[in-house]
Design a protein around this ligand. Structure first.
Ligand SMILES: Nc1ncnc2c1ncn2[C@@H]1O[C@H](COP(=O)(O)OP(=O)(O)O)[C@@H](O)[C@H]1O
Ligand SMILES: [Mg+2]
Length: 370
């Protein structure tokens, strides 16, 4: 039932459709259930973590129009937990009358690192120097522009540091010649359309988890300080060791992105902080974000609940932090220590129900409250 005063709003007992069924979908489904909302998860994988906690599931590909149409007819609003859902999938869902939040524009901007950099740069945010790379000649030209060290990243489908390679003086020495080093780097990214970025000599990395409601209201969580190991997020801590001024600028960038995309839902925006406190935006994810997992235990309303509230057209909740917290990702074999972690004081353990603990796979997380 749709309220007269709040068009597009989903009442309790309504159904939220979620594209993608990983741990983010699982935690979204649990947050929805707490609010008396049901979820229907659509995922191409045969087994997926959200399946355990969703009221309904569809196991079909993102190009299966029959399955998509049936899914659309069974839900009140559709969202996604995976930023590589094909834009065509969202366009098809819209064509059959579905409401998709956030919309297709957020996906388009976030799926291509080059488009994303140009978009956030156009909003006035500082980015690393960058150059589009399509072949060895443009890689060579890019290195002249952005300098060394530099990072070469595929424009599409990279995550957790995959699809990227560094080009440093040491690499060039290792290969014996500059030409050999760039050939190697180009092969490393599969000779796919890429972006070359100048290396940002950051002091720390932070992120802002922000939300925009259906009526344009914005709520931001406190900046989170992030540490990566091998390209994968290892820990997220709050409070971040940044000044009020730095936090405010990062928050303003996140709000600009949300407004520019007429966004409804939660976004995760990653930044580099330079010595002195200036910030450089790295990238944004049009979804709930790993660096916001601490909000499950550190805030009255988590990023997952906030996202569900936004896409359901509900008032946004209070993002204030009630505890200091450190979230640690449990990657691969880390998860085998679940029993001892579950006994620690002030430790909040979250396991994602994945069957095998492959190397580099996010199996769960533990948030320690302070
Ligand atoms: N231009 C850069 N300068 C310095 N470090 C970088 C740069 N780009 C990426 N990194 C490092 O690599 C990590 C992963 O890169 P990122 O672009 O965020 O890709 P992913 O989509 O895999 O998260 C970043 O969090 C940061 O630690
Ligand atoms: Mg990243």
């Amino acid at each position: 039932m749709t309220g007269v005063d709040h068009p597009g709003s989903v009442e309790p007992n309504g159904v939220i459709g979620i594209l993608g069924g990983g741990q983010l979908g699982r935690m979204l489904a649990m947050a929805a259930a707490r609010l008396g909302l049901r979820t229907h998860v659509y995922c191409p994988d045969e087994y997926f973590p959200a399946a355990d906690v969703a009221a309904a599931k569809t196991n079909a590909s993102y190009t299966d129009e029959n399955a998509l149409a049936t899914f659309a007819a069974s839900v009140d609003v559709i969202t996604y937990e995976f930023e590589n859902v094909p834009v065509e999938t969202v366009a098809f869902l819209l064509s059959v009358g579905a409401c998709v939040r956030p919309g297709a524009m957020a996906l388009e901007m976030a799926q291509d690192r080059l488009v994303e950099k140009e978009f956030v740069g156009g909003l006035g945010a500082a980015t690393a120097l960058f150059h589009a790379v399509n072949d060895l000649a443009s890689l060579d030209a890019g290195l002249k522009k952005v300098g060394r060290p530099a990072i070469l990243k595929t424009r599409r489908l990279g995550y957790d540091g995959k699809g990227q390679t560094r080009l440093t003086e040491a690499d060039i020495d290792l290969h014996g010649a500059f030409e050999k080093a760039i050939e190697f780097a180009w092969a490393e990214v599969g000779a796919a359309p890429s972006i070359l970025e100048g290396f940002v000599p950051f002091e720390r990395e932070i992120s802002i988890i922000g939300a925009r409601g259906a009526e344009g209201d914005i709520r931001l969580y406190d900046p989170t300080e992030n540490v990566h190991a091998n390209g994968i997020l290892k820990t997220s801590s709050v409070p971040a060791a940044v000044s009020e001024a730095t936090a405010e600028i990062a928050g303003a960038v996140a709000a600009n992105i949300l407004n520019a995309l007429d966004y409804v839902g939660v976004v995760g925006v990653e930044f580099f902080v330079l010595p002195g406190g200036a910030i450089v935006i790295n990238e944004f994810a049009p979804r709930v974000h790993n660096s916001g997992h601490w909000t499950l235990d550190g805030c009255a309303v988590s990023q997952f609940e906030q996202h569900i509230r936004a896409v359901a057209g509900w008032p946004l909740g209070d993002p204030a932090r009630h505890s200091d917290a450190v979230m640690e990702n449990l990657i691969g074999d880390d998860v085998h220590a679940w029993r001892s972690m579950s006994e620690q004081k002030n430790a909040c353990l979250h396991l994602y129900g994945k069957r095998d603990a492959r190397a580099g796979r996010k199996m769960g997380h533990v948030t320690r409250l302070r």
